[in-house]
Design a protein around this ligand. Structure first.
Ligand code: HEM
Length: 191
């Protein structure tokens, strides 16, 4: 594991534990829980991707169009008969290093998605089993590994690792906020 990822992983470990706990409370084999899970993710992923694009993510990551998942998520919501949630303004990355920190969180969430997908595939509801474009996005394309390789070689990230961490924490905070009171209450946290 390279120095930047090692630094990022330890600096964001507690933030990851919180989103893991908050979203881990949803039983993704149940239609209502899965619908809520996907809607919460859409409420954050869509504005975040749009603000990354406005900030020029494609200049730093030319394969960004292959990484974007909001359309896949929207299709999953349609399969479940849901409209996309209304979205707010996504957090604006404060510079290229922070931008890469935000993308670290989005790309890293693919690792958890693979774990969660197994649960979704156990669902008895055929619509739930059919709505897996988001959690299954980019599987076997090595997008996480290729992102980490690019991050460890990025002059912007190497020059300002603290800004990378700040960007990552901002993205994690947005997902934690999106988990909603349900996720936090189930976890025994209020406020
Ligand atoms: C129930 C929900 C979740 C589960 C079960 C989960 C699970 C995992 C797992 C198994 C890993 C790999 C850990 C390793 O390599 O040692 C991982 C890594 C990661 N997850 Fe999650 N995750 C969840 C939610 C999230 C969410 C919501 C985000 C962000 C939006 C996220 C971001 C990340 C990141 C950035 C990493 C990479 C950490 C590293 O550098 O190794 N996870 N997650």
């Amino acid at each position: 594991m390279g120095p930047l990822r090692t630094h990022l992983r330890s600096a964001t470990r507690l933030a990851h534990e919180r989103v893991d706990a908050a979203f881990g409370q949803y039983d993704l084999s149940r239609r209502s829980d899965y619908a809520t899970f996907l809607s919460h993710h859409a409420a954050i992923l869509t504005p975040l991707e749009l603000s990354l694009e406005a900030a020029g993510v494609a200049r730093l990551l030319p394969d960004w169009p292959e990484r974007s998942r909001r359309h896949a998520l929207r299709q999953d919501l349609e399969v479940l008969g849901l409209l996309p949630p209304s979205i707010g303004q996504g957090a604006t990355p404060q510079g290229p290093a922070a931008l890469l920190g935000m993308v670290y969180v989005l790309e890293g969430s693919r690792l958890g998605a693979a774990v969660l997908l197994r649960r979704v595939r156990e669902a008895t509801d055929p619509d739930v089993r059919a709505a897996t474009l988001y959690l299954g996005h980019g599987a076997a394309q090595g997008l996480w590994t290729s992102f980490i390789d690019r991050l460890e070689q990025s002059p912007q990230a190497l020059a300002d690792p603290d800004a990378v961490v700040a960007g990552a924490l901002a993205a994690f905070a947005a997902f934690e906020a999106a988990a909603g009171p349900a996720g936090r209450q189930k976890e025994g946290r209020t406020g």
